[in-house]
Write a protein that binds this ligand. Structure first.
Ligand code: ADP
Ligand code: ADP
Length: 240
């Protein structure tokens, strides 16, 4: 089935007596392996949609299934569990922990992973090895012991990409991932997303920039809480 199956999604914010419908009936299906850019003007509902897709928030009405898990009615704890397993986030501001090394940051999504019968020590070692492999994948294996403060913005964002992919989530969700980067680091990070897509990962990227969106195979435009355009709305046969 699809990685993202969102049907007639509505999200209402209530502040005192005022309610505002930020999503007004959004239906979006994204298959495994797709690379999708979500665009739209400020206030159109992109952040709200990202929060829903990433299981950071829940719908007011409608349904959402992420990688086959129906998440619409989950409580906060179960939602967090699905989020930790199925979503790898990349943010504009990197959101790395400054006190941890690159390797320590990349290990974070694996914190609670331990195979049955595995010792705590063996589990930690497996997490470390996975983190180093992920750093190698973004070209930063040699920076594993470095703290974020010792790295350039582009390097920090590549560490964040390693953290997003280390747990093999169903979805990699990036919110303006190049918004704080110079053009050379932007190229590096976008090349990484191209590679992730080429290796079969499902990538959803939220961006204001046409140049960034043009890397994706499919562009979804949000306006006033609705999908105004979707270049891939039909489902294409999936290449195997
Ligand atoms: P975008 O990311 O496209 O700028 P948002 O999803 O942040 O759009 O916001 C969509 C609309 O919902 C905006 O009008 C915004 O002011 C409103 N909104 C977003 N979050 C809240 C909230 N927590 N409470 C009230 N209104 C909100
Ligand atoms: P972005 O830069 O992605 O457009 P915003 O600045 O619109 O984000 O929103 C930042 C945060 O503030 C989001 O978590 C959003 O949900 C919240 N927010 C946005 N608008 C409002 C609002 N009118 N009232 C309360 N919270 C809001």
């Amino acid at each position: 089935g699809p990685v993202i199956d969102l049907v007639d999604a509505r999200k209402t914010y209530t502040t005192g007596a005022i309610t505002f419908e930020a999503l007004r009936g959004v239906t979006l299906r994204i298959d495994r392996g797709e690379y999708v850019a979500i665009m739209g003007p400020s206030g159109s509902g992109k952040s709200t949609l990202m929060n829903i897709l990433g299981c950071l928030d829940v719908l007011t009405s409608g349904s959402y299934a992420l990688a086959g898990h129906d998440v619409a009615d989950l409580d906060e704890e179960d939602l967090a569990d699905i989020r930790n397993r199925e979503v790898g986030f990349v943010f504009q501001q990197f959101h790395l922990l400054p006190s941890l090394s690159a390797k320590g940051n990349v290990m974070l999504p694996l914190t609670y992973r331990q195979n049955p019968g595995q010792s705590a020590r063996a589990a930690r070692r497996a997490r470390e090895e996975a983190a180093v492999r992920a750093l190698d994948r973004v070209g930063l294996a040699d920076k594993a012991p470095n703290r974020p403060g010792q790295m350039s913005g582009g390097q920090q964002q590549r560490v964040a990409v390693a953290r997003a992919l280390v747990g093999e989530p169903a979805l990699i969700l990036a919110d303006e991932p190049t918004g704080n980067l110079d053009s050379s680091s932007t190229d590096d990070v976008l090349a990484l997303f191209d590679e992730l897509h080429a290796s079969g990962r499902t990538v959803v990227l939220i961006t204001h920039e046409d140049e960034v969106a043009s890397r994706a195979a499919r562009v979804v435009r949000v306006r006033d809480g609705l999908i105004a355009e979707d270049t891939g709305a039909r489902s294409f046969p999936t290449a195997v």
